[in-house]
Design a protein around this ligand. Structure first.
Ligand SMILES: C[S@@+](CC[C@H](N)C(=O)[O-])C[C@H]1O[C@@H](n2cnc3c(N)ncnc32)[C@H](O)[C@@H]1O
Length: 264
């Protein structure tokens, strides 16, 4: 793994990764048998979309299909979620207005919010879905460590292949700035399909109008789709497919939490 870390492109961001991740953590991750571990999550018939495989996320070659993305994610995220990642994720939890029995975290990554959800609603069935089996390996290790039973599933957020009306609550955290606008809109449509009537959808991501003025930030974090995401409008996307009671709240420097409900 240390050898792989040497392959990170030499830029400020990569240097930051090398400095902050620390030797101890790298040694721990070296013990993971990635081939064996990702096999537990990888669907054999998974076809990765072109938008996902054709770019490098955060300057990491092959993006989220590289174990380096998975091992560095939790270390780097606090720098991208100022003033405080914990505060931001807590604000997301406080936006939940119902007592959900079934919860889906779309694009769950390494599962930080998914685990928070299970801790907040211990009786609920909680599922984390992500396209990257590497991210799911780390998510699973974290949930085992914190003794939280969560279903981790590989899948496409825009085409989950799960039945209609499956969930009371769907969370989409830090996903939309990582995909083309048209795909984000498909994810919203899919969420509407998956929610039960009066179910709640909560989206945490950058505020698009603020992000338009922060090109340097998306360049620093090597975000391939942030500029296009910034040109869109999450509220309009939700209105377009029929979500109701849409409320958006600006959070911290550039973030926004948006809540909406499926009609009865
Ligand atoms: C920036 S991370 C956010 C992770 C997590 N939700 C959080 O709040 O930290 C984006 C995640 O979305 C996943 N992702 C990107 N496109 C996806 C798609 N079409 N379907 C499912 N997951 C996707 C990536 O693999 C990555 O783990």
């Amino acid at each position: 793994m240390l050898n792989n870390l040497d392959k990170i492109p030499q830029n400020i961001f990569a240097k930051m990764i090398e400095i902050v991740i620390g030797k101890e953590k790298i040694t721990w991750y070296q013990t993971i048998n990635w081939k064996q571990e990702i096999a537990r999550f990888q669907s054999i018939d998974m076809v990765y979309p072109f938008y996902y495989t054709s770019v490098n996320y955060h300057g990491i070659e092959k993006g989220y299909l590289n174990p380096i993305a998975a091992i560095t994610y939790d270390t780097i995220t606090p720098f991208a979620t100022l003033p405080s990642e914990r505060w931001l994720r807590q604000c997301l939890l406080k936006t939940i207005t119902l007592k959900p029995e079934k919860i889906l975290d779309l694009g769950c990554g390494t599962g930080t919010t998914t685990i928070d959800l299970k801790k907040t609603f211990p009786e609920a069935l909680v599922m984390g879905l992500d396209l990257s089996p590497y991210m799911l390996v780390i998510a699973d290790k974290k949930s085992q460590k914190s003794k939280q039973e969560i279903l981790w599933k590989q899948g496409l957020a825009e085409a989950t292949e799960m039945p209609d009306f499956s969930f009371d609550l769907i969370i989409i955290s830090l996903l939309f700035h990582e995909m083309p606008q048209a795909t984000s809109q498909k994810v919203i449509q899919e969420s509407l399909r998956l929610l039960k009537p009066q179910g709640q959808l909560i989206i945490l991501d950058a505020n698009q109008s603020r992000l338009r003025h922060l090109k340097w930030l998306t360049q620093l974090f090597r975000e391939p789709y942030s500029a296009t995401y910034a040109q869109g409008n999450v509220i309009q996307w939700l209105e377009k497919v029929g979500f109701l009671d849409i409320k958006a709240k600006a959070m911290g420097g550039i973030y926004q939490i948006t809540s909406a409900y499926k009609p009865e």
